[in-house]
Design a binder for this molecule. Sequence first.
Ligand code: ADP
Length: 319
Amino acid sequence: MKTIGILTSGGDAPGMNAAIRAVVRSAIYYDCKVYGINRGYKGLLEEDLIEMDLSSVGDIIHRGGTILKSSRCEEFKTEEGRLKGVKILKKYKIDYLVVIGGDGSFNGAQKLSELGFPAIGIPGTIDNDLAYTDYTIGFDTAMNTIIEAIGKIRDTSSSHERVNIIEVMGRYCGDLALYSGLAGGAETIIVPEVNIEVEEICNKLNATKKRGKRHSIIVLAEGVGNAQDLGKEIVNQTGADLRITVLGHVQRGGSPSAFDRILASKMGVRAVELLLDGKAARVVGVKDNKIIDMEINKALSMKKEFDKDTHEMVKILSR
Ligand code: ADP
C-alpha cells in the first residue's frame, strides 16, 4: 500500500478544499493511505500531520479557504529545512507528496523532487499567474466576487456621478483585473502588462463627460501601483468626484464557483493517478479544456502571455 501526503501552501484560494477532497477520495479509491499535512511546509517541519479518511473531506466541496490551513515557511527555502522535511515524510512512510499552491509552493515541490522525493503540484491561486495552465483553481471564484463588487459600486457611482477606482488582486498578473473589468463593464482597466499614461485615462473621462456620461469605473490591478496616487492625479487633472475601493481579502474567500470545483476535482484525481503511475516532479494544469501535466521545471520557466487582444477589445466596448 502506498502513502500520499497532501498540503496547501502560500496564498489560499477558493476551490482548494475541492482539490483536497479529490486527492483524498481518489487516493483511497486506489487503496492508498493519505496524510493531511496542516499549514503547508511549516506544518510539515513541525510534524503536524493527520491521517485522513473518506469522511475527513466530507462536506467541504462548497467551502472556501482550506481545511488543511496554509502558511509561508522561510525554513523550507533552505536545503537543511527541506532535508528535515524529507526525514519527517519518510518517518510517516509517505511515498509521494501533493502540493496545492502557487509558483512559490511549486518551487518547494521541485526542490523536494531534486532531493529524490516525488512531488506533484496542483495550481491553487486566485492570481492565474502560472503560464503553463489556462486557469488556476480560485481564479474564477475571485473573478465572480469582483464583478459582484463592481456591480454594487457601479450603482452608487451612477447615482452620485462619480469616478470609482476599484483595486483588485493578482500580484503582477493582470488577468483578474482584465476579465472582471470586462465582465463588469469597466470603462478603464489598468494592468501591469500594458503601460497607460494618466493623461490617457483623463482624456477618456473628459470625452465621455462631454457626451453626458458622468460616472466611470476604473479597475486597477494591484501590481500597477498605488490607487491613492492614481486617484489624486486624476482628481488634479479632471476635478472628478472620485472614490477608491481596495477590495482586498474579500477576493480570497467565498464558496468556490462550479467551474473551480470541477477544475479542482479533475486536477486532484489526475495528480493521484500520475503519482501512482510513477510520474513525479510534475504539475497538473488545464489547456484548451483538457487536463494536462508537465514537468515542474518546464512549467515554472514558461512566461505568462497577457491577453492583449482582449484588453484592446475592452477599449472598443467601454465607451
Ligand atoms: P505561492 O505558492 O502562493 O506562490 P509563496 O511564494 O509565498 O506562495 O510560497 C509558499 C511557500 O513555498 C514559501 O513560504 C516556502 O515555504 C515555499 N517556497 C517558495 N519558494 C521556494 C523555493 N525557492 N524553494 C523552496 N521552497 C520555496
